[in-house]
Design a protein around this ligand. Structure first.
Ligand code: ADP
Ligand code: MG
Length: 394
C-alpha cells in the first residue's frame, strides 16, 4: 500500500517519501480516503502511530491551487508543544501558497496577531489562547471548512471542554470535523458525537493498548530507595535517550538537580517553565546535548522525538490512561523502546489497574538492595481481558 494508492496527489506522496514515510501507517490507510471524500472521522489509535499526517495530508490536498488569504482549517491541540509539532509537520508538507501558524499560550502575542491579520489558511491552536483572540474579535471563522480536534482525550482531561464547546459554536455548522484521540471512553464518544456529523469510526489496535514495540518492566522498590534505583537503572540500562516522568513539577526539579549532581546530562520540562525554557530543553534533548529529560505528564504530551529509547516512570501515573500516553513516547515509528516503572507497595494497585487497561502483564524485576524484596510480588497476571469495561469493538 502506497500513499498514492490512498488517493494522495503525486506531489504530496513524494513529500512523504522525502520525509522517510515509506508506507502509510494503519490509521493513515484508514483515515486518509475518508477525509479526502469529505467525511467526518472519529479516529482512535495509540500514540506514535502517525495520526498527525493522517489528517494533515488529505486536508492539504483538498486546498485549491492558490487558496489566497483566509482561515480554512482549525486544528485544536491540548499543549503548546503539540501545537508546535503539528505546525512543523504542516510546514513540511504544505504545498507552496498554503499558510499555517500556531496560536499558543505562553508565548508573545505579536507574531500570532500578525498571523491572524495576514489571514493564514491553517491555524493550529491551544484552546485557551484561541478563545483569548476570539474574545478580542480577532478570529474570522466565516470561511472555515475543516475542524480538527487532536488528542481530544487529553484536551478533555485538561478541562478544555467548555472552551471546545465555545469554539465549536463559533465555527460554521457546515464543515468537516475530524476527531482524533489515543483513547476513547464512552463519555468522550458521547461528546465527540455532538461535534461530528455522520462520522466514520476508525480504530487501530484496541483502545488503551500500548504499542507492541515497547517492552515493559516494573521494578518494585521501597519509597526511600527510588532515587538510588533510578541512578542504578541509568547505569545498567543501555539508553540512548530517556524520558523520566515525575508526578509533580517540584518532583521534576528535584530529580533534575540530583541527576546533575551525578553528572548526568539532563534537563526538565514542566508547566512552570517558560516557553523558551521548555523549547531549549526539548532542543538539547533532540540534538543529544542532553540525554535525560525529566517531565511531568502535561508538559510531555505530544513530545515526539525519535529514538527515545527509554521511558522511566519515576512516579507511577495517577490515572492508568496516562501510562499509555507516557510509554507511547518510546517505540515510535517502528523503533523499539523500553518502559520501566518504579512501583512502591502503595503503587501496586495502580500498577494492576494499568495492566487491566492495557490487557498486558508487566514483568516484575526484583533488584536486590532497593527494598523491593519487601514488596509483595504481584500475583501472576494472565489475561485481564475478561475484566474489560465492555468496550465496543468495531
Ligand atoms: P500520533 O499523533 O499518533 O502520536 P505522530 O503523528 O506524532 O503520532 O507520528 C509519530 C511519528 O511517526 C512522527 O515522528 C512521524 O513523523 C512519524 N510517522 C508518521 N507517519 C509515518 C509513516 N507513514 N512512516 C514513517 N513514519 C511516520
Ligand atoms: Mg498526535
Amino acid at each position: 500500500m502506497s500513499f498514492s494508492e490512498l488517493g494522495l496527489r503525486a506531489d504530496i506522496a513524494a513529500k512523504c517519501e522525502q520525509m522517510g514515510f515509506t508506507e502509510p501507517t494503519p490509521i493513515q490507510q484508514q483515515a486518509i480516503p475518508i477525509v479526502l471524500r469529505g467525511g467526518d472521522v472519529i479516529g482512535t489509535a495509540q500514540t506514535g502511530t502517525g495520526k498527525t499526517a493522517a489528517f494533515l495530508l488529505p486536508i492539504l490536498q483538498k486546498f485549491e491551487k492558490k487558496p489566497g488569504r483566509g482561515l480554512r482549517v482549525l486544528v485544536l491541540a491540548p499543549t503548546r508543544e503539540l501545537a508546535n509539532q503539528i505546525e512543523v509537520e504542516c510546514r513540511k508538507f504544505a504545498p507552496k501558497g498554503i499558510t499555517c501558524a500556531a496560536i499558543i499560550g505562553g508565548s508573545g502575542y505579536g507574531k500570532q496577531i500578525q498571523s491572524l491579520e495576514r489571514g493564514v489558511n491553517i491555524l493550529i491552536a491551544t484552546p485557551g489562547r484561541l478563545i483569548d483572540f476570539m474574545e478580542q474579535g480577532m478570529v474570522n471563522f466565516s470561511g472555515l471548512t475543516t475542524l480538527v480536534l487532536d488528542e481530544a482525550d487529553r484536551m478533555l482531561d485538561m478541562g478544555f471542554l467548555p472552551a471546545i464547546k465555545r469554539i465549536v459554536k463559533a465555527v460554521p455548522k457546515e464543515r468537516q470535523t475530524l476527531f482524533f484521540s489515543a483513547t476513547m471512553s464512552p463519555e468522550m464518544e458521547a461528546i465527540a458525537m455532538q461535534i461530528v456529523r455522520d462520522p466514520e469510526f476508525v480504530s487501530v489496535g484496541s483502545r488503551g493498548k500500548a504499542a507492541h514495540t515497547i517492552e515493559q518492566f516494573a521494578y518494585p522498590v521501597a519509597q526511600q530507595h527510588k532515587m538510588p534505583l533510578l541512578l542504578e537503572l541509568l547505569k545498567i540500562e543501555p539508553f540512548e535517550r530517556v524520558l523520566v516522568f515525575t508526578r509533580t513539577k517540584r518532583g521534576a526539579d528535584r530529580l533534575a538537580t540530583v541527576l546533575e549532581r551525578w553528572d548526568h546530562r539532563s534537563n526538565r520540562i514542566h508547566g512552570d517553565r517558560s516557553q523558551s525554557q521548555r523549547e531549549a530543553a526539548l532542543r538539547s534533548f533532540k540534538t543529544g546535548r542532553t540525554n535525560i529529560l525529566v517531565a511531568t505528564d502535561v508538559a510531555a504530551r505530544g513530545i515526539d522525538i525519535d529514538s527515545v529509547s527509554h521511558v522511566i516512570n519515576y512516579d507511577i501515573p495517577e490515572v492508568p490512561e496516562d501510562y499509555v500516553h507516557r510509554i507511547g513516547r518510546t517505540g515510535r515509528a517502528g523503533n523499539t523502546g523500553r518502559a520501566i516503572t518504579l512501583v512502591t507497595a502503595a503503587d501496586e494497585l495502580t500498577m494492576r489497574a494499568i495492566e487491566r487497561l492495557t490487557g498486558q502483564a508487566v514483568e516484575r524485576v526484583h533488584l536486590p538492595n532497593f527494598g523491593g524484596e519487601q514488596v509483595r510480588p504481584a500475583a501472576p497476571v494472565k489475561s485481564y481481558r475478561s475484566f474489560g469495561r465492555g468496550r465496543r469493538r468495531r
